[in-house]
Design a protein around this ligand. Structure first.
Ligand SMILES: O=c1ccn([C@@H]2O[C@H](COP(=O)(O)OP(=O)(O)O[C@H]3O[C@H](CO)[C@H](O)[C@H](O)[C@H]3O)[C@@H](O)[C@H]2O)c(=O)[nH]1
Length: 328
């Protein structure tokens, strides 16, 4: 039996890695993407269906064509800074697209849904150990919209029996160790790719956003998780649902926090080069510390991150930055 999984945002960073992991696990990932921020070149592991989640008819057509057993939903706007400036865009796009998709799924009798959520749903909770029970107080429209979709999944679970696995990501980093796919955003806003571009001379310098946070060296602390490990958890989440198990929420991080300056220091070990730095102001919407305090994914799903060292993540990202596809 062919096991199709509809992967929205499958041409994006996390989605393309998820398609690779799904293919390796014996599924056929059907990428549904409007290519607004994704790359058709990143769709290497299954068919590409170009479409927009606002377009219910197109969605129904693709679902009817492949009859997927489950949905993995990655497609979303995901820039915290942009969401502070233009909240309407985030609420309208992320929430309406998810509602369309969830309704299309339930109308087609699909009862398994894996959702890409975020630790941005927690907001800035200084000193609180973040886990699945931590109350969510998002401080930006990106986090707010993702939290709303979590609520939506709960409600459709109650009304339609839709079972979901929600993953709240900490900071996704690294690239496929074989450099078949990797991280490429336009514009790029994320720390590690910007840092590597600065090292490679593709940008003049990396700006450190704020040195006056109440952290050990004044810069923000994040929990970086390797994208290949992250998507492995998604396959486990899908299997969980296939076994008929109930809806669950899992945090995905390593539990280790690194400051911006510590990330920069690690990159020297990988590249043997210096990062040109500018000390800048704080970026609006940034929490000081976001570190996972959860081992639930390990305990319940049996998730075992294999590339959990920050240095491995930077090394894999660096390899991807030198791949021909990255430069194109
Ligand atoms: O040029 C830069 C870019 C980032 N940073 C800092 O580096 C850290 C990491 O920033 P990223 O932009 O790489 O990641 P974020 O923590 O902002 O964002 C990540 O976590 C968010 C949740 O807060 C969302 O889930 C988002 O999609 C995800 O990429 C932050 O402290 C940020 O201030 C810099 O100092 N300079």
């Amino acid at each position: 039996m062919t096991k199709h999984v509809l992967v929205t945002g499958g041409a994006g960073y996390v989605g393309s890695h998820a398609c690779k992991a799904l293919k390796q696990a014996g599924y056929i990932p059907v990428c549904f993407d409007n290519l607004s921020t994704g790359w058709k070149e990143a769709v290497k592991f299954g068919p590409l269906e170009v479409g927009d989640l606002h377009d219910r008819a197109r969605l129904d057509e693709v679902i009817a064509k492949y009859q997927p057993l489950a949905i993995m939903h990655f497609a979303a706007l995901s820039l915290v800074g942009e969401s502070m400036k233009n909240p309407a865009k985030y609420w309208a796009t992320n929430v309406n697209c998810a509602l369309n998709l969830i309704q299309a799924a339930t109308d087609a009798g699909i009862d398994k849904f894996v959702f890409s959520s975020t630790c941005a749903t927690y907001g800035d909770q200084d000193g609180v150990v973040l886990n699945e029970q931590t109350p969510q107080f998002p401080i930006n429209a990106y986090g707010g919209s993702k939290r709303a979709i979590e609520d939506m999944l709960r409600d459709f679970g109650n009304s339609h029996g839709l079972r979901s696995v929600i993953f709240r990501y900490f900071n996704v980093a690294g690239a496929d160790p074989e450099a078949e796919v990797g991280e490429q955003h336009v514009p790029e806003t994320h720390l590690i790719p910007l840092m590597l571009d600065a090292i490679a001379g593709k940008r003049a310098a990396l700006t450190v956003f704020g040195s006056d946070y109440e952290t050990r060296d004044g810069t923000c602390i994040r929990d970086y998780v390797h994208v290949s490990d992250l998507v492995d958890a998604h396959v486990l989440g899908l299997k969980w649902l296939e076994e008929g198990k109930p809806s669950e929420v899992f945090c995905l991080g390593t539990g280790n926090g690194f400051s911006v300056r510590e990330v920069i220091a690690q990159s020297r070990n990988v590249t043997n080069r210096e990062v040109p730095i500018i000390e800048g102001d704080r970026r609006e919407g940034d929490a000081a510390v976001l570190v996972s305090g959860s081992v639930k994914a390990k305990d319940v799903l049996g998730w075992t991150p294999k590339r959990a060292e920050l240095e491995t993540m930077i090394a894999d990202a660096w390899r991807w930055h030198q791949a021909p596809e990255y430069a194109e």
